[in-house]
Design a protein around this ligand. Structure first.
Ligand code: CA
Length: 308
């Protein structure tokens, strides 16, 4: 092997190291989990990258706008976890908009495709760990005793190197939501009801006291994947249900960020707005927080798995 060839090989090696390797290029574009009982859960591969996180147009909590690097590719659920998927793993369905819980039960008798709600942050963590174990993957979440059976109010830590399922960090969530966009929403800046209705279930088409035609046949959550997706093929990142993230809800660190994993606080971050949210709560950068034991009727989650 001559010197020039060796030099090229060395250059190629460092180029691969600097680019974070080729794992994302080799990863299949979709992961489909068989949950049993004829129920599947589909995830889309999201490449690593750098994006401008935050916004100057929401509240001070979304500031400052700064570059954030997501260094590792990951799979993210293309939908919010549905009632059918949740029931299949957890053997229960806590949702309000399900036949057993709702006063208008007959209207929601077939709500399997609606996102699960009335789940606490701890419920989501338990779902992720149980799903990981069912799929013979390493659970990400541990309590103080390094056990993977998580109780309410446990001090939960995350093994970021584990190959199991977990909640997205809010940086991963916003990166996936934006899908390369820098605009207010992932469809651009259009704030009209007509524009938003193409992409999201929110007050104008899902809250009975505020909606205008055309609207859903009944108020509340709606079947997942019935609006337009973003450029990563993710549905309902805006609206339908708020989505729990890993992070504590607090002010952003102003320094440049590499895979940020959150602040300190008493609430966990929720993102994306819901069927009962007005448009000012829907921007890709907008942040909200919910006490981790709460189970709101407009909050659910979607799952992530890091691509090794
Ligand atoms: Ca959502």
């Amino acid at each position: 092997m001559n010197r020039a060839r060796i030099f090229v090989l060395i250059l190629a090696f460092f180029a691969q190291v600097l680019s974070g390797g080729t794992a994302s290029q080799a990863a299949p574009p979709r992961e489909i989990i068989d949950l049993g009982g004829g129920i599947t859960l589909e995830l889309s591969s999201i490449p690593p990258g750098i994006f401008q996180m935050g916004s100057d147009h929401c509240t001070p909590l979304e500031q400052p706008v700064r570059p954030v690097k997501i260094s590792q590719a990951f799979y993210l659920g293309i939908h919010e976890v549905t009632q059918a998927q949740y029931r299949q793993i957890m053997s229960t369905n806590p949702s309000f908009f399900a036949a057993a819980k709702n006063q208008e039960a007959s209207d929601y008798a077939n709500a399997d495709a609606h996102p699960v709600e009335q789940v606490s942050w701890f419920d989501c963590v338990r779902f992720c760990n149980l799903l990981s174990m069912n799929q013979k993957l390493t659970p990400c979440y541990m309590n103080k005793s390094r056990g993977t059976i998580i109780a309410d109010n446990d001090a939960v830590t995350c093994d970021w190197t584990a190959n199991g399922y977990r909640l997205p960090t809010e940086a991963e969530w916003e990166y996936a939501c934006r899908a390369g966009t820098t605009t207010r929403y992932y469809w651009g800046e259009a704030m009209s009801s007509r524009a938003i209705k193409q992409y999201a279930w929110y007050v104008d088409n899902a809250l009975e006291t505020a909606w205008t035609k055309p609207h859903a046949p009944r108020p509340g959550t709606q079947p997942v994947g019935t609006k337009l997706p973003n450029a990563f093929g993710l549905f309902d990142m805006t609206g339908n249900v708020w989505e729990w993230c890993w992070d504590w809800y607090g002010g952003y660190d102003t320094r440049a960020q590499l895979d940020p994993k959150g602040s300190r606080g008493f609430c966990r971050v929720a993102r994306g707005g819901s069927w009962s949210s007005f448009s000012f709560l829907l921007p890709s950068a907008y942040r909200s927080g919910t006490e981790p034991n709460c189970r709101p009727i407009d909050q659910g989650f979607r799952i992530l798995r890091a691509i090794p």
